[in-house]
Write a protein that binds this ligand. Sequence first.
Ligand code: BGC
Ligand code: CA
Length: 516
Amino acid sequence: MPKWLDNAVFYEIYPQSFMDSNADGIGDIRGIISKLDYIEGLGCNALWINPCFVSPFTDAGYDVADYCTVAPRYGTNDDLKTLFEELHKRGMHVLLDLVPGHTSVEHKWFKESMDPEENVYTHRYVWTDSIWESPEGMNNIRGISQRDGCCGVNFFSTQPALNYGFYNKTRPWQMSPDDPAPTATLDAMISVMRFWLKMGCDGFRVDMAASLVKNDEEGKGNIALWKKVRTFLDKEFPEAAMVSEWGEPDKSLEGGFHMDFLLHFGPSHYNDLFRCDEPFFSKRGNGSIAAFADTYKKNYEKTGGKGLICIPSGNHDMDRLARKFDTGELKICFAFLLSMPGAPFIYYGDEIGMRYIEGLISVEGGFGRTGSRSPMQWNDGVNAGFSSAAFEKLYIPIDPFPDRPTAEKNINDENSLYNEIKRLIRIRQSHTALQSKGKIEFVYAQENAYPLAYIRSDDREKILVIINPSDKECGFDFNGAGQELLYTNGIVKISEGRICASPQSAAFIKLDRVHI
Ligand code: BGC
Ligand code: CA
């Protein structure tokens, strides 16, 4: 695993909404470069940038039309190269977003593959051999060319599925992953990876990584596919970092990924924390952490105690954390997010409490996700400092409320969410036990009960983390002694065999003795 992942704290940038450098109303790479001081100032040392490649943007760029060219609206390949260089000068790193499962219908491979005459791209996508047969279990495109067949799609109807083969073949048109056409598809994707890694990119966040090989319920075909990618990386780019959108770390890590996301879909119970009717992190205190912790423990064991699981504050697909939580609640969320194993991912704007913008008309296939993708609010200037374009030209309307949070207000207020997060990151960065590979042991994670407590440790130290999101005082029996309070928000005490946490509190306590 690349050494820098040990203490990486990521910042996710949705490029169209971060910073517009040329007044066209849309964020761009030069804009990102101009804000690196801000990101570094917060303490983040790594970026994940959503797809920034040529695309018709029917799914905000997750419909790639040319994998190796930056979309003109964001700048040029040279601008991206400059971003890599600027980051490296600061000791920072960057993951690009690799979308290997599908392309846009406008990709030249797909255009060729629609041709009824056999050619190199005929089997690049998942096509049935008759217009009357749909691929089972998939939506599809049909009747758009003279080719006699239906093409499976992965997400929107504009995103035809690339052909990596079928693990269990049930129809004659289905190929095995090792057949020549699926092998050529994987080779083509490996060339894309090589292209960006050579230019200086540090790795990839991989979109829908579990879905490439079809009819693969147990994930064996996809694990085997990613192992081939691992062989390529070990040989040519051993320092490249790979983070998967998979949601099942035991499988993705076996496939050679370094880390996997817990997500709003899949079996992780991530939604129990922040995004269900009674989330654990609400001050109402009616949530339950038990199912999340149990699943986490199982994954932790299945990954051989590596637990390289990334828990994001949110992302471009989920509701903003601030849709349901106030600043006090958000501070407790981040005490948790920044003290768990794996690398934390902060979605741009979450650090200043940016809100979900209600009632927006969908932009570029965002639908309900559009409200989480609005322009970053930098200051009280025109368009919140995001762009000097006319308001109507902005990619997505900005939060219209006059009391909207901004980076500037946050930076200048000692008690802001931003400054709390900055402190938390600093503490994480100075204690290896709190970083990616430090061990975790849950001490208190009970059904319908508060607080949550766990010990992070490595061979240097043991740190007890206590998290009480509820607005009630609570506690649990604990037979150990604390030595130094590394972080506190509220009052958390250890005395006479008991931990007592004041309403809405969090603390990190260095332990000198512990008997549990
Ligand atoms: C991305 C989404 C995208 C989808 C299809 C994902 O999971 O995060 O934003 O719409 O894949 O590519
Ligand atoms: Ca721009």
